[in-house]
Design a protein around this ligand. Structure first.
Ligand code: NDP
Ligand code: GDR
Length: 361
């Protein structure tokens, strides 16, 4: 029997990798997209074909449905039509800094949205059929109470995003305990890729490195260079989402590499990949990243990227996932991750340059 999966947030970084993985495993994959005035399907275009092409490519199909995490009726309708065996709830207003600007919307989508999805499954009487994965986050730990953080570490979120996700975490656990649902939290630490949104710090850095190396940009402005993050590769992490739903018991798992680096270190490695050796001078908002070969200032601090409350350091302990799920937290190293992102963005920026030249002809 073909298994049916529904992915909310299929157009995002993780959704696109997960859709590929599930198609490879033979699932019938459905995803929800929201209406947008411009195309928002760039990350899944290779999986999504119009009706005419779809006839010829049945093997690589994703089925897209309009819905929104703020609209219960749309969620109920799609779950009723698709009757999924597995739901992956990845949809979220996922930017921590932006959540300070749109706290209410973030709560509607990330917190109440999760409740709407769980309720939709319950209303439709699918509690015993449909397994649910909830995209929880290391941001729950916020002001960390224990290093490294594991499944039992107390939470202390530091942003409207973190607080909204805390509700998502607990309501998922509550539905599991109240209605005996297979509903689990993956507490994922930061994971990045060549498909990462361009305003998250890693991708912002790798695009800027490529643009600077190709003479398209003078400088990169960043916020807190001292922030420490446990960065993994998104493609490795979506595998764990699937593994969690194949586990014999519904349980929550921390997914992380167990290694952390500063934003400054990420920058140094990324520039090095493009052949630029950086040295750092100064402190606080006066700190600068300087090209040792030319003496040019390439990185500066702009306080507009500081957050009202910051999460200074996150380091996960993936022992439980490694032991119970057999997941390998070090499949892609930090160095490999930076390399693959910079290499991708060198090509990406070159392509944009060619396109611009053609447009200007
Ligand atoms: P992205 O920001 O790349 O993707 C978010 C997805 O959610 C997009 O498909 C977006 O649609 C969709 N979305 C946003 N708001 C709504 C809404 N109101 N209704 C329906 N869909 C909506 O996030 P990631 O792929 O990086 O992350 C996936 C999930 O994992 C998120 O929940 C995130 O909070 C969580 N997470 C991410 C981590 C990471 O390091 N990447 C770590 C821990 C947790 P559109 O494309 O139209 O904007
Ligand atoms: P984060 O990711 O907040 O951890 O949330 P982000 O890449 O935005 O920030 C990481 C750290 O870098 C510091 N920083 C900057 N951040 C951005 N975006 N832009 C800058 O210019 C900059 N300069 C320094 C930040 O202050 C922060 O400390 C991500 C999201 O994917 C969440 O959805 C997810 O839950 C968590 O990771 C785990």
């Amino acid at each position: 029997m073909t298994k049916v999966a529904l992915i909310t947030g299929i157009t995002g970084q993780d959704g696109s990798f997960l859709a590929e993985l599930l198609i490879e495993k033979g699932y019938e994959v459905h995803g929800i997209i929201r209406r947008s005035s411009s195309f928002n399907t760039a990350r899944i275009e290779h999986l999504y074909f119009d009706e005419w092409v779809r006839d010829m490519r049945r093997d690589r199909l994703v089925n897209l449905h309009y819905a929104d995490m703020t609209d219960s009726s749309s969620l109920i309708r799609i779950i009723q039509t698709t009757k999924p065996d597995e739901i992956y709830n990845l949809a979220a207003q996922s930017h921590v800094k932006v959540s300070f600007d749109v706290p209410e919307y973030t709560a509607e989508t990330d917190a109440v949205g999760t409740l709407r999805l769980l309720e939709a499954v319950r209303i439709l009487g699918l509690e015993q059929k449909t397994k649910i994965y909830q995209a929880s986050t290391s941001e729950l730990y916020g002001l960390v109470q224990e290093v490294p953080q594991k499944e039992t570490t107390p939470f202390y979120p530091r942003s409207p995003y973190g607080v909204a996700k805390l509700y998502g975490y607990w309501i998922t656990k509550n539905y599991r305990e109240s209605y005996n649902m297979f509903a689990v939290n993956g507490i994922l630490f930061n994971h990045e890729s060549e498909r990462r949104g361009e305003t998250f710090v890693t991708r912002k850095i790798t695009i800027a490195v490529a643009r600077i190396a190709l003479g398209e940009q003078d400088k990169l402005y960043l916020g807190n260079l001292n922030a420490l993050r446990d960065w993994g590769y998104a493609k490795d992490y979506v595998e764990c989402m699937w593994l969690m739903l194949q586990h014999d018991k519904p349980e929550d798992f921390v997914i992380a590499t167990g290694e952390m680096h500063t934003v400054r270190e990420f920058c140094t490695h990324a520039f090095a990949e493009a052949g630029i050796k950086l040295r750092w001078e100064g402190e606080g908002i006066d700190e600068k990243g300087i090209d040792t070969a030319t003496g040019r200032i390439l990185v500066e601090v702009d306080p507009k990227y500081f957050r009202p409350a910051e999460v200074e350091q996150l380091l996960g302990d993936p022992t439980k996932a490694r032991t119970l799920l057999g997941w390998n937290p070090r499949k892609t190293s930090f160095e490999e991750l930076v390399r693959l992102m910079v290499r991708h963005d060198m090509k990406f920026v070159k392509k944009l340059k060619i396109k611009e030249a053609i447009d200007n002809e």
